[in-house]
Design a protein around this ligand. Structure first.
Ligand code: SAH
Ligand code: MG
Length: 235
């Protein structure tokens, strides 16, 4: 089977420290390629080194959106709108996605791409640092997807978990950070702070009784937490 080299390259960069190459190659070969705007955005992301979700994580998001029948989704880290559009396509009619992006150029591109697929009524892009923007977001969501600055995941969690309905799903991408979170020898010096914070975050979400969490060594690592009851913070 011919595996498109764009997929292999995206995977190869991130994933070789998490899964065996032959597993990645096999799995990516199973996933049907996108034929729509998503394919176009994958091409753009490849050219511009935009870190969109990998094909396996894209598949996971589709399954999650459909299985929890998510209609109201909050996303942190829009980039060019790839994952927003992907989730929108899975959500069916009458969905709404609020997505936050701090990079103005990315946000503008995302708005353009969202218009192109006619989802501008459904997907709202908020430009700004999610640490600030999250404080001003109202409403309750069925699903939250965090895919932004890894050192701030705890902060994003604290500022958004109260907006997730009980029974809703909280997903984070890149939580294994090229394997560095699990294995010291992979650690790059200048990433130590981010890795420490990620480890603390993963320990936290894995151990509080208001969440049921699983961490999947897929892509760059994905955490999935089901909110069982309201989360109470000590401080
Ligand atoms: N979810 C996207 C990819 C996001 S890439 C997709 O799969 O299609 C991560 C994005 O998060 C980048 O565009 C970056 O600018 C943005 N980001 C990083 N830190 C942020 C923050 N604190 N607030 C908002 N956006 C942030
Ligand atoms: Mg990511």
């Amino acid at each position: 089977m011919v595996i498109p080299c764009i997929f292999l390259r995206i995977w190869g960069d991130y994933m070789s420290q998490i899964n065996h190459e032959y597993i990645n190659n096999y799995l990516v070969g199973l996933i049907p390629q996108h034929e729509d705007i998503l394919k176009e955005l994958e091409g753009y992301a490849e050219q511009h080194n935009t870190p969109i979700v990998t094909p396996d994580v894209a598949g996971l998001l589709k399954v999650m959106v459909k299985s929890v029948q998510a209609k109201k989704i909050l996303e942190v880290g829009t980039a060019i709108g790839y994952s927003s559009i992907l989730m929108g396509l899975s959500a069916g009619e009458d969905f709404s996605i609020t997505t936050i992006e701090k990079d103005e150029d990315n946000a503008a591109l995302a708005v353009q791409n969202i218009k192109k697929v006619g989802m501008e009524q459904n997907i709202k892009v908020l430009t700004g640092d999610a640490s600030e923007v999250l404080d001003h977001i109202e409403g309750t969501f069925d699903m939250i997807f965090v895919d932004a600055a890894k050192g701030q995941y705890m902060d994003f969690f604290q500022k958004s978990i109260g907006k997730l309905k009980v029974g809703g799903i909280f997903i984070c991408d890149n939580v294994l950070f090229r394997g560095m979170v699990a294995e010291r020898s992979l650690l790059i010096r200048r990433k130590i702070t981010i890795v420490k914070r990620l480890k603390k975050f993963l320990h936290y979400i894995s151990n509080i009784d208001s969440l049921q969490t699983t961490i999947i060594p897929m892509g760059d690592g994905v955490s999935i937490s089901c909110k069982l009851k309201e989360v109470v913070f000590d401080d």
